[in-house]
Design a protein around this ligand. Structure first.
Ligand code: 4AD
Ligand code: MG
Length: 452
């Protein structure tokens, strides 16, 4: 039978069954009479040990080559593994030019070095583990939503709305080779989506609880370690929502449930990251998981920051956005427990955020979740469901005409609702302790960089 490496390693009582395994050679060691190979096919961090007679021509059996091995699965004498493959036949499928292969046998390459080779870095343990965790985390998030009665919505990638300044836009136009009868392909300016929120609000008006999880685009001119031009966002929208508290409960639950699932389904891979990429991070993560997330208001946050204003380049001030340095300080101040900052000044936020009625300071029911080492992980809010208030806010922003359809939602069975967006790459950074966002996405896109 043909087995993946993971399946072969999982055979508990190997007793000589004939199997075929395919993969890439991760190590070669030859002794007098035997040759030891380790073969990895990406199904697990661990490789399968292959034992061969040294009479087998070993010249081509080099690090990085792809091979097919036929043989018998037997109990291993070695301590570290349960089974090994006694080779009867090894076929080199594709030889690897080891001398010029940028990934070197037995070396631990820094993530920064590997970033130069987006087409090869997935063959290393570090990227292998990170990307398997990414895959598991995707599944965990989907299963959280499925278990909690959310409908998955494919929101469009191309859209004519900009979600009111959620981010800088990339405009979409056909290539100049295409002859379009009209001047403009869509008749209106079209953009890559910066957020699926408004489409989710439409759907929450029918399915009550919805989510989307897809690529999101922002033309941010930033080389920072937490910004990408293309990233994945997890967004949810919930109807009949009573309070910001209820929304924050879902945000916290999602973070914790997905993380617990990843830790249990992918423990080896997570461990590798914690050990080699971010020593000490496991404890920081456990600390986040076992504590209730904290809640402070924007006004309280500004007060806390003002007490420490000598630490900052930008002086914190009520009515001005929090800077990254402020976010970092707040999380430290909160004992490295994730903290929700709520009730932001109305003037800082888009028209759709719900106005807090009894606040003399004119705030909206907005929420950001700040996490250790990263800063903002989530952004969300209650949405303005009251027709007349929304109408005025739109008019003040000069958007009445463009958002008639959005006002309609408040005319035809409006309900209190709210939602959030979580940056998926920042989530992975937070779980794994990876410092640079470019290392948790297979093919990072950022200013001046769109290779492959
Ligand atoms: O705070 P943001 O802009 O929120 C929204 O777009 C809302 N409309 C979402 C909603 O309520 N449905 O973005 C949400 C999150 C941020 O908190 C951050 O984690 C992530 O998306 N994010 C980025 N991640 C990587 N690179 C970028 N350039 C990002 N911009 C935002
Ligand atoms: Mg935000």
């Amino acid at each position: 039978a043909k087995l993946r490496v993971r399946e072969a390693l999982g055979v508990l009582d190997a007793s000589g069954e004939r199997v075929t395994v395919q993969g890439w050679i991760r190590s070669v060691r030859s002794q007098k009479e035997v040759l030891f190979l380790h073969v990895n096919d990406g199904s697990s961090l661990e490789s399968l040990q292959v034992v061969a007679d040294s009479s087998l021509d070993s010249r081509e059996l080099g690090f990085g080559s792809s091979v097919e091995v036929q043989g018998q699965l037997v109990k291993s004498q070695a301590k570290k593994q349960n089974v090994e493959l006694k080779a009867e036949k090894i076929e080199v499928i594709g030889n690897c030019e080891t001398k010029v292969f940028p990934i070197k046998y037995k070396e631990r390459h820094p993530l920064e070095f590997l970033r130069q080779y987006p087409h090869l870095r997935c063959r290393t343990n570090a990227l292998g583990s990170i990307l398997r965790v990414r895959s598991e985390a995707t599944a965990a998030i989907h299963s959280y939503f499925k278990d909690n009665g959310f409908v998955h919505i494919h929101t469009p990638v191309i859209t004519s709305n900009d979600c009111e300044g959620a981010g800088e836009l990339f405009q979409v136009e056909p290539s100049s080779k295409i002859k379009v009868p009209e001047e403009n392909f869509f008749n209106v300016p079209a953009f890559l989506t910066v957020s699926g929120q408004l489409h989710l609000e439409v759907m929450a008006g029918a399915f009550t609880q919805v989510f989307t999880f897809g690529p999101t685009f922002r033309a941010e001119n930033s080389q920072s370690r937490r910004h990408l031009a293309e990233f994945y966002m997890v967004e949810a929208e919930i109807s009949f929502l009573e309070s910001l508290q209820d929304l924050m409960q879902v945000m916290e639950d999602l973070f914790k449930a997905a993380t617990v699932m990843v830790l249990s389904n992918c423990s080896e891979d997570v461990e590798l990251c914690h050990k080699f990429v971010a020593p000490g991070h496991r404890d920081r993560l456990e600390h986040m998981l076992k504590n209730n997330f904290l809640i402070i208001s924007y006004t309280e946050a500004v007060e806390i920051l003002n007490q420490a204003s000598q630490n900052f380049t930008f002086t914190p001030k009520w009515g001005v956005d929090l800077q990254t340095e402020h976010e970092k300080y707040l999380v430290k101040h909160c004992g490295d427990i994730p903290v929700f900052v709520i009730n932001y000044p109305l003037a800082l936020k888009p028209f759709y955020m719900r106005e807090n009625e009894d606040d003399p300071q004119q705030t909206v029911a907005a929420v950001d979740l700040l996490v250790p080492g990263i800063g903002e992980l989530y952004g969300g809010s209650l949405r303005e469901e009251r027709y007349h208030i929304l109408e005025q806010r739109l008019a003040r922003s000069g958007l009445t005409e463009a958002y008639q359809w959005y006002l309609d939602l408040r005319r035809f069975g409006s309900v209190p609702h709210g939602g959030f967006g979580m940056g998926f790459e920042r989530y992975l950074q937070c779980v794994l302790g990876v410092n640079n966002i470019k290392d948790v996405i297979p093919f990072p896109r950022f200013t001046h960089s769109c290779v492959l």
